[in-house]
Every structure is written in C-alpha cells, then in structure tokens.
Design a protein around this ligand. Structure first.
Ligand code: FAD
Length: 493
C-alpha cells in the first residue's frame, strides 16, 4: 500500500476480486491456494456471525444493500434484496442447499454453447462444496413452522421434502440453533490462510480501461456505519492489478461492467424467481423469529415451489400491510403467525442499467402474462396447503385481499387476485452477464472472460445463463470454482 497524497491511497495486486459473496469468496480461495496474489474488495462491512439476530430488521439494516429496500420497476414492480457485507448474500440467506439440476446444466451447455461444461464435473465440485459447508439436514425435531408445510402438503398428497442447509449444529442443539456456514466461516478464511487480503468497506466505483485491458480500479473507502451518508469521512483509493474478476452479484456486476464501457449482452437478461406471500395464523405458537422452514413443496416444480419465509415480528407486520385495515390487528398475535411463499420460474426478463451520476443502477423487470397467472395459481395452492395444515386464518399479501378461513374464501381470494395488486418479491437474482461462446446471447466466454477484453472476468450469479429453478447459491459456487480452476490452469506461473 502507498499513499498518493493526502486523499488517495494506492494498492497493488496480481488479481483483484470485486465482492466477497458466493462467487467472490470461492474465487479468492481457489486462486490464493494456487499461489496467486489476491486482493478482495468488499463494499460492505465485516459482521461477525452471531453479532446480529438472523432474519431481523437489524440484520437488514447492517448487512443488506439499502436496508433491503430495493426494487425492480415494472407491472407489478418486484422488491429484491441483496446482501452487502463480507460474505455477501451467503451471510443473510436461508442456507437452503440445492445442487443445480442436471437437465438445466445440459440445457445451458447446448443453448449457450458453454465449452467444457460437463454436469459430472460440476456435480463433483458440488460434492466438495457440500463438504466445505457441512451441508446437512436438521438433526432431531423440526420447528413448528417447518412442520406446517410438511403436514399441509402430506394431507394433499403433494411432493415435499426437507432441504439440507449449510449449517453445523452443536451437540444436542435444536433445529433453529444451527450455525450458518457462510463465506466468512468457510472460503474467506481459506483464502486468507493462503495469503489473500481483503479491504472491507471499499466500494469499487470504476474500472479504468485502455482498449481490451482494465488498467486500474477507483474505489471509495466508506467507514462502517456511515453507508455513504458522511462524504467527509470517505477516502479515495486506487488499485492496480494484472487481472480483475468482478463478483458483485447479478445487479452490481453488470453496472460495474457498463460503467467501464462494457455493454455487449450486459444487464439485458436479468432472470429471477418471483414470489408471492401469505401469512398464516394457527391456534398455538408457531413463529420461530430467527429461522425459516426447511421444507419445500415441489409438487408443481419447476414452475411453482412453496417454502417458508423469515417471520420475524417486523416482517409479519410487513406481510400484513397490503390490507392493513383488515389484517393489521393480527400482528399482535405474531407468535401464532408464520409467513410462506410461492415462487415461480419466470419467462419474463429484466434490465439493469447504470445511470451516470447515480450510485445504484436502474432495474426493471417485465413479468409475462404466464408469469402473472402462475403467481395467482401459486398463491391459491399455497393457501390450500395452509388450510390443510390447520391454519385458522390466512392473510394473502395483495391489496384488498380477503381473510381466507375455508375453501369458499379461497375461491373468493382466487377471483380477486391480480399480480398487479400483489407484493411480489425475489431474493434470487441471476443472468445479467451470461456465459457461453455464443456471442449473440452471452456477455462472457465459456469461463467468464468478458467478450472483447483480455483481463476482465465475471464469476458470480450474473454468469448463470438463466435462473436455475432451485435456490441458486450452489450453482453459483460450483460454476465459480470451475472457472477459477480454469483461470489457474491457464495463468500458472
Ligand atoms: C435474503 C436472501 C435469502 C436467500 N436464500 C437462499 C437460499 O436459501 N439458498 C440459496 O441457494 N440461495 C439463497 N439466496 C441467494 C444467494 O445468496 C445468492 O444466489 C448468492 O449469494 C449470489 O452470489 P454472488 O457472489 O453472485 O453475489 P453476493 O453473494 O450477493 O455477493 C456480492 C458481493 O459483492 C459486493 N459488491 C457489490 N458491488 C460492489 C462494489 N461496487 N464494490 C465492492 N463490492 C461490491 C456486495 O456487497 C456483496 O457482498 C438468498 C439471497 C438472499 C438475499
């Protein structure tokens, strides 16, 4: 590190990794272990696991971008959330682990012309990831909120299963006492042990390019807690490097590339799993504020899946706000309420666009008619699961929704539903810099090198050519590890 005067600090490294989430942390570990000099820059703070209550509003404030208030404009708009901290989304997410479906990998390989993309290789990387993250099912009893999904689906004869998580459980611990094996506990320590460095609270503002090469990164050091509100405390930082690997997640990565003048197929194909929600009330306490259900219902997969959402009291209140006049009173009984979602695979696509002079990109998303219809079907079937599980009242999250107490109410709810009135949201964001040798469809080559450049790579959820139809973190990690290994093989010595 050197100082270029009172304001600007300068660093040098061989490989700059931007972002420390599922893609960035694995990339840094693989490269550092192969002997590369790696510097990670992470916009958010380092927050020790356990110092913030999981799934709480406090966590959203400290570890989410913009406190979790981010939206893709459209009809309807879709609220989305991104982790913004060391470890990225892996620190705040539900930890539900799904291997990428083999058929999806095969489809991506042929449709996007991805070279050396054998599903056998990727699934064997998944096995390594499962080991490294201690992926396992809950030992012992499930929480009441988990049992609700299983019970309701079983009574309807619908396929459901417990989804394993990246958690360790101390001896004798209960279902909600697991310790999340996020990146700050796994791949980041591995990267540091092999010599990688990290600069937290450092936001990459711009990559400066000369022709096909990125030459320098310009960053702002934002001291923890100021969140950009105290420009006087901010410091300018520059970094020079041989190669840069952008892993800022599917919303920030395309914005970073666009600001560097790299626009070919960048940010035009955002793919998400849109979800609609409901809160269900039972006769006894079912709410586990700091955990989510580990069951998912896959009877209508891949088109529609059901699962449990975070149900902290503040989030219960949020889930009731679409018809607060009729639902609001229920918030006082929050221990008897839990929140569930119906997620769909979406035909629609979104656009991420960096706007000059504005920090966050403009995000839009267009749901198709089929998507909107599926959301309605999903919510109706989810409400049916809740009634079968014994819910006495169901509160669907759309404007003017009725309280659902029985099948007749369910029919009324279905007739009143419109996706345009619903609180649609998503936490699975993919595909804004798709990988593959088909340049008409893809922003990078088959291993993440941005088309038209010699040293700018992407290695995060942006590379997934489409949303995988299952929780995506394992797909992101497996592809990132594959690409990082290829990088090491090509740039050895
Ligand atoms: C609430 C929630 C629940 C989820 N639940 C699950 C689940 O149960 N199972 C599952 O498989 N997936 C889940 N996901 C999705 C999963 O977390 C993501 O798919 C995964 O984290 C994506 O990895 P990534 O590396 O692309 O991005 P991220 O993990 O988001 O990491 C990107 C990092 O880059 C940093 N960054 C961005 N821009 C800059 C910049 N300009 N300068 C410096 N740093 C920057 C960000 O701060 C962030 O830390 C969930 C996500 C959320 C938000």
């Amino acid at each position: 590190m050197s100082s270029l005067g009172p304001q600007v600090t300068h660093h040098e490294c061989e490989v700059l990794v931007v972002g420390s989430g599922a893609g960035g942390a694995t990339t840094a570990a693989v490269l550092a272990e192969a002997g590369h000099d790696v510097l990670i820059v992470e916009e958010g703070p380092w927050v020790e696991q356990g110092s913030v209550v999981p799934f709480s509003l406090d966590q959203m404030d400290q570890q989410y971008r913009s406190g979790g208030v981010t939206v893709a404009l459209g009809l309807p708009s879709i609220a989305y959330t991104e982790g913004r901290c060391a470890g990225g989304g892996t620190e705040v997410n539900s930890g539900l682990y799904w291997r990428p479906p083999e058929a999806t990998l095969e489809l991506w390989r042929s449709k996007y012309r991805i070279r050396d993309f054998s599903s056998d290789d990727l699934l064997s990387i998944c096995e390594e990831v499962e080991d490294a993250l201690s992926v396992q099912k809950v030992p012992g009893e499930h929480t009441a909120a988990s049992d609700i999904l299983r019970r309701g689906a079983d009574r309807l004869g619908w396929r459901n299963d417990e989804i394993p998580r990246w958690m360790t459980y101390p001896e004798g611990a209960g279902a909600s006492e697991g310790r999340r094996q996020s990146m700050t506990r796994t791949y980041l320590p591995r990267a540091f042990a092999a010599g990688a460095r990290i600069l937290c609270d450092h936001r990459l503002d711009r990559l400066v390019r000369s022709g096909r090469r990125a030459m320098r990164a310009e960053l702002t050091h934002i001291p923890t807690g100021s969140d950009g509100d105290s420009p006087a405390l901010e410091q300018q930082v520059t970094i020079s490097f041989r190669d840069v690997i952008v892993c800022g997640g599917a919303i920030q990565t395309p914005a970073i590339l666009q600001r560097a003048g790299l626009r070919h197929r960048v940010g035009r194909t955002l793919a998400v799993h849109p979800t609609v929600k409901l809160a269900a009330r039972f006769d006894s306490a079912v709410n586990t504020p700091d955990d989510v259900s580990v069951f998912q219902v896959k009877q209508f997969a891949p088109n529609i899946s059901f699962g449990g959402s975070a149900s902290h009291p503040g989030l219960v209140a949020l889930a009731l706000t679409d018809n607060w006049r009729d639902f609001g009173e229920a918030v006082t009984a929050w221990p008897e309420l839990a929140i569930y979602y119906a997620a769909i695979t979406s035909e629609g696509r979104g656009v991420v666009q960096a706007i000059p002079g504005v920090r966050d990109p403009l995000v839009t998303y267009r749901l198709t008619k089929r998507d909107r219809d599926l959301l309605g079907q999903g919510l109706a079937r989810l409400a049916m699961v809740m009634l079968e599980a014994g819910a006495k009242e169901v509160y669907p999250a759309f404007k003017s929704a009725p309280v659902v107490r029985n099948r007749a109410d369910l029919a009324t709810m279905t007739s009143m539903f419109s996706a345009l009135k619903a609180s649609v949201m998503t936490v699975h964001l993919c595909s804004t810099a798709p990988m593959g040798d088909d340049e008409r469809r893809c922003a990078t080559d088959s291993h993440g090198l941005v088309h038209g450049t010699d040293n700018v790579f992407v290695n995060d959820a942006a590379l997934l050519p489409e949303a995988p139809g299952v929780n995506p973190q394992a797909s992101v990690m497996a592809i990132a590890i594959r690409n990082a290994r290829r990088y090491c093989a090509e740039r050895a010595g």
